[in-house]
Ligand binder design. Structure first.
Ligand code: 13P
Ligand code: SF4
Length: 308
């Protein structure tokens, strides 16, 4: 069976849209109607008139699409495609944390469960985090969760005093500083660009820090330069497609990682076969408790409004 043709046929027949993150395998990115970062994907999910949203990404992304479209079917090729960052923030513990600091505005990074979003005042992504934090009056204390690395980066950039949740992304904490230094010695004219989920010592080496879309745009604007790219290696597919003559090397991961670069095994759970199956069977579907949707929608809408 020609999976590409069959996916395209089913997509038309069922009025479905395929939204994919830059960390998906290249074939999935190539067949998607839209490939983007977390903010772009939420914006597309909010404006789609498709009947079915096929979310080629991870669980929290598909959940966000469902919160924005409760009456539509949202399917995820592999329902086990989770996220270490989302897992690091259990709702009960987080609720107790927010209750212990009732005067704090709660800003949550979109990489969290629907239950955590429901406990938030406003959601952010890596491309609008600085803007969202700066939208809060200066004398108002802030809780930022769940990513402590992104939180530290925001504190450094804005000077804001924020209470951080102790969560992190396994992929962005897998970069090896020693190997990065060795790689940079080998390629001294390469500039390092990094995602803010990376640890501070990695970010300190970077010429540019930004979301996946931000990193792609930066490379686009500096195509005469060469880059070491410190984020999940799937992003190189899009960069290389759009900038075929720009030299790019993925930042190296520690010894114990599954590949020489850093890959998200959750993102890589989705395959072309699973994409086809979920479109054909309209399953696995993402369901979110209506009571949670009621509370989680406003913090997401606030973010979308501030990101226009
Ligand atoms: P962005 O694509 O929004 O930069 O997020 C990166 C990420 O880790 C998504 O899981
Ligand atoms: Fe979660 Fe990190 Fe994978 Fe993104 S790259 S889905 S933050 S584990």
């Amino acid at each position: 069976m020609d999976l590409v043709k069959e996916i395209q046929r089913l997509k038309k027949e069922k009025n479905a849209v395929i939204l994919a993150h830059y960390y998906q395998i290249g074939e999935i990115q190539d067949i998607a109607d839209y490939v983007g970062d977390s903010l772009g994907l939420s914006q597309k999910a909010a404006e789609t008139d498709a009947d079915i949203i096929v979310f080629a990404g991870v669980h929290f992304m598909a959940e966000t699409a469902k919160i924005l479209n409760p009456s539509k079917k949202v399917v995820l090729p592999d329902v086990n495609a989770g996220c270490s960052l989302a897992d690091s923030c259990p709702p009960d513990a987080f609720e107790a944390f927010t209750k212990a600091h009732p005067d704090h505005v709660v800003i949550t990074y979109v990489n969290c469960s629907a239950e955590i979003k429901a406990l938030s005042d406003i959601v952010c992504t890596s491309s609008n985090a600085l803007k969202i934090v700066e939208s809060v009056p200066k004398d108002t204390p802030i809780i930022f969760a769940p990513d402590k690395n992104l939180g530290r980066y925001i504190i450094n950039e804005t000077g804001r005093d924020m209470l951080l949740w102790d969560g992190s992304c396994v992929v962005h904490e897998a970069f090896s500083m020693d190997k990065l230094i060795a790689l940079h010695k080998k390629y001294p004219d390469y500039k390092i660009i990094a995602h803010p989920e990376s640890e501070t010592h990695i970010l300190n080496t970077a010429t540019y820090i930004g979301s996946t879309s931000g990193m792609i745009n930066y490379v686009k604007e500096h195509q005469d330069q060469k880059f070491i790219v410190a984020t999940e290696a799937g992003i190189l597919h899009k960069m290389q497609l759009e900038m075929p003559n720009t030299e790019l090397v993925p930042a190296p991961a520690k010894e114990d990682n599954t590949c020489a670069c850093s890959e998200c095994h959750f993102m890589k759970m989705n395959t072309m076969q699973k994409l086809y199956d979920c479109l054909k069977n309209e399953s696995p579907q993402i369901e979110v408790d209506p009571a949670i949707i009621d509370r989680a929608l406003l913090p997401i809408e606030r973010m979308l409004e501030l990101s226009k």
